[in-house]
Ligand binder design. Structure first.
Ligand code: S3P
Length: 453
């Protein structure tokens, strides 16, 4: 079999320098969507220009917004205003992006328009019932394929019911979909989350002038209350670097002797930094400088020094939501650490862009790592040395699987290869350039390969 988009990552001797990581993906989607809901101009600097966000931008245009990128890299959105979406005259193609899909489902549900959404072969397998259920409770009509899969059609309404909804899964996407639907409702919509999830929607709504209340409950959960029909105001937003993207060079640096890198201007919202906290507890040398806040979000430069031997750890399950996208790269770090790393409460990893639990377990086993994969858990027995590598990984349209194994290849004796690097463009288009500028050896290959893990 030939793999025209295959990449090889070979051992890295030195890893040094400063890098600017592209804008946060979660914030980028939200900035475009909220920009659609005001008639005033919204100016966005630092927007992530990855495929997922470009798909959101395209959908915002199809829903009536004007979205332009200036030569200076500044994005401008001229919206239609809340309650005024245009009905799209063709299907909204969300590509690989679950976040675009679920957030836009909420937005459409609260408007008197009908729209059909679809996606690529990964996205059409992902569960949408978690969003459809509350939106139907509110009065929207949704019709998907078997098991609520895409393509699906939503017939929204300008007269939805406000609901009180306790989320059965810890999902910021579900929370955000309900809040976006609640924006155009007379009355107060309440979302209760037992485990706090990322709060960029709440923070950005405040930045657009909306009053939204977050009550901390006795059990540690949150009740988020939003009174509908408030007016959003256009604003300027500077989007900091994505901590999930930063996690790849951070882990690479930690595993390479003598490495020293600085990643400037990264979002360090505490609901996103579970990985950094975990790595520090494993013995990593990570420090935060120039802390400040921007558009309601904490931002800092991250300094990482490599060479400290990492120790295995038990990751507290209540921390999972704050590092939900970082388990693949944590599994790479754990494979090189000394001792056992136990990760539990991982059921959500099975319904991401791929089944990430299975993908990581299979790929790491093929690289020579000792591990146990459970229904919702992964236990990795690290030896204190990198595994041997020497495999090609089937990335299954999953950007984070692709990048995690390329990071592993930076430290294995035998190179690690991935069959398809294209998914990386969804979230981190400059990944290869940034990693190679810091000292990695990631190169194109095009050859016959038999051993695909
Ligand atoms: C996201 C929330 C998370 C995360 C995804 C982005 C968001 O998903 O995995 O990459 O921007 O709201 P869930 O909220 O479904 O866990």
């Amino acid at each position: 079999m030939s793999f025209p988009h295959a990449l090889r990552s070979a051992k890295t001797q030195s890893f040094h320098g400063t890098a600017r990581i592209p804008g946060d993906k979660s914030m980028s989607h939200r900035a475009l969507i909220l920009g659609l809901l005001t008639r005033e101009e919204t100016m966005i600097s630092g927007l992530l220009e990855g495929e997922d966000v470009l798909n959101t931008a395209q959908a915002v245009r199809q829903l009536g917004g004007r979205v332009n990128r200036g030569h200076d890299g500044l994005w401008r959105v001229f919206g239609t205003g809340l309650g005024n979406l245009h009905e799209p005259d063709s299907v909204l193609d969300m590509g690989n992006s679950g976040t675009s899909t679920r957030l836009l489902m909420g937005l459409i549900a609260g408007h008197p328009v009908t729209a059909t959404l679809t996606g690529d072969s990964s996205l059409v397998k992902r569960p949408m019932g978690r969003v459809i259920d509350p939106l139907q409770d509110m009065g929207a009509q949704c019709l998907g394929r078997e098991n609520n899969r895409l393509p699906l059609t939503i017939k929204g309404s300008g007269h939805l019911r406000a609901i009180d909804y306790e989320m059965p899964v810890a999902s910021a996407q579900v929370k955000s979909a309900i809040l976006l639907a609640g924006l155009n409702i007379e009355g107060v919509t309440t979302v209760i989350e037992k485990i706090p999830t990322r709060d960029h929607t709440e923070n950005m709504l405040r930045h657009f002038g909306i009053e939204i209340d977050t009550e901390i409950l006795k059990n540690g959960g949150h009740a988020i209350r939003l009174k509908g029909r408030q007016r959003l105001h256009g604003c300027a937003i500077d989007i900091p670097g994505d901590p999930s993207s930063a996690s790849f060079p951070v882990v690479a640096a930690l595993l390479i002797d003598g490495a020293e890198i600085r990643l400037s201007h990264i979002c360090i919202n505490e609901r996103r930094t579970g990985l950094f906290q975990t790595l520090i507890e494993m013995g990593a040398d990570i420090t935060f400088k120039n802390r400040h806040s921007e558009a309601g979000e904490q931002v800092a430069d991250i300094l990482v020094k490599g060479g400290n031997r990492l120790a295995g750890i038990r990751v507290p399950p209540e921390r999972v939501a704050s590092m939900i996208d970082e388990f693949p790269v944590l599994a790479v770090a754990a494979s090189c650490a000394k001792g056992i790393t136990t990760m539990t409460g991982l059921s959500e990893l099975r319904v991401k862009e791929s089944d990430r639990l299975a993908r990581m377990a299979q790929g790491l086993l093929a690289c020579g790592v000792r591990l146990e994969e459970g229904e919702e858990s992964l236990i990795i027995h690290g030896t204190g040395k990198p595994p041997r590598g020497g495999v090609m990984i089937d990335t299954m349209l999953d950007h984070r699987i692709a990048m995690s194994f390329l990071v592993l290849g930076c430290v294995t004796d035998d190179p690690v290869e991935i069959d398809d690097a294209r998914p990386i463009h969804t979230s981190f288009p400059d990944f290869i350039k940034i990693m190679n500028n810091l000292g990695a050896h990631m190169t194109d290959i095009d050859k016959k390969e038999e051993k695909v893990a």
